[in-house]
Design a protein around this ligand. Sequence first.
Ligand SMILES: C[N+](C)(C)CCCC[C@H](N)C(=O)O
Ligand SMILES: O=C(O)CCC(=O)C(=O)O
Ligand SMILES: [Fe+2]
Length: 319
Amino acid sequence: QTFQQPSFKGLFSLAIHWHHTASKSLNFAWQQHEDHFEVQYANTVMRFDYVWLRDNCRSASCYNSKTHQRSLDTASVDLCIKPKTIRLDETTFFFTWPDGHVTRYDLDWLVKNSYEGQKQKVIQPRILWNAEVYQQAQVPSVDFQSFLETKEGLKMFLQNFLLYGIAFVENVPPTQEHTEKLAERISLIRETIYGRMWYFTSDFSRGDTAYTKLALDRHTDTTYFQEPCGYNNYDRAVINTVPYDVVHRWYTAHRTLTVELRRPENELWVKLKPGRVLFIDNWRVLHGRESFTGYRQLCGCYLTRDDVLNAARLLGLQA
Ligand SMILES: C[N+](C)(C)CCCC[C@H](N)C(=O)O
Ligand SMILES: O=C(O)CCC(=O)C(=O)O
Ligand SMILES: [Fe+2]
């Protein structure tokens, strides 16, 4: 039910009609401005551009509800478009455009998709940690069987991975095949110059210090790819894209970052052992190792980020 309380702003402007609506338990007000539509609800003022309202129409002719794709040609929308009328029925707004096309929006859809609503949306919570915070959190590892065979196991693993940027799976049969199976449970394995599944030891089979016994300071891999798995200092090429008078500032910033990264409290030392698989979010957490003697071999792979996040979303996680 709507009732109108004419309120006048200024002597010469048209009477601005606020529509105050108290349908069911919802209290909200809305107003058709000259150049935008405004809704006040739950202590939030939301403003909607008319082109935006026409462009996001979900009618059968504008939107393919099977594929969730826009059918409307956005470029065909008049940039000066204004609705002829806006009508409210309960909590659904009906916009009638000059060509007679009607677009409907439910209040909750507008709230959810408004800029103001998005700002309040909880983004994927991430826990920033150092060694002490992480150790105190006593984040449970997931067992291989549960990870592979249960949705809960995979979901718990991905939740921890999203929260901390690292997560462990234990009791994995220490073979490349089982490691591959584990990775495929989550996402697509990314083929790179190092192969699909890489299996490496200090045999210098590739021209990279990863294939030696040398210590590797903290870093992320594949910074030199156009679609890197993340950024690191070893592989950084000669900087020649920064003019002379900026170079020193770059090194000063690099030093500030390195000092932070090398604070002992920011180091989490993990003893890898056969059967323990560590997943690292290469955009959040760096990795490295001490130098070593004797025989040591690891296998692993890079996962495509989009598909890891998609796997989490399919399990109802915010990613
Ligand atoms: C052996 N494995 C394929 C895991 C890594 C090779 C990485 C090489 C390069 N230093 C980089 O950081 O991208
Ligand atoms: O040997 C390790 O533990 C890690 C080596 C490494 O950082 C890499 O291969 O990118
Ligand atoms: Fe690395």
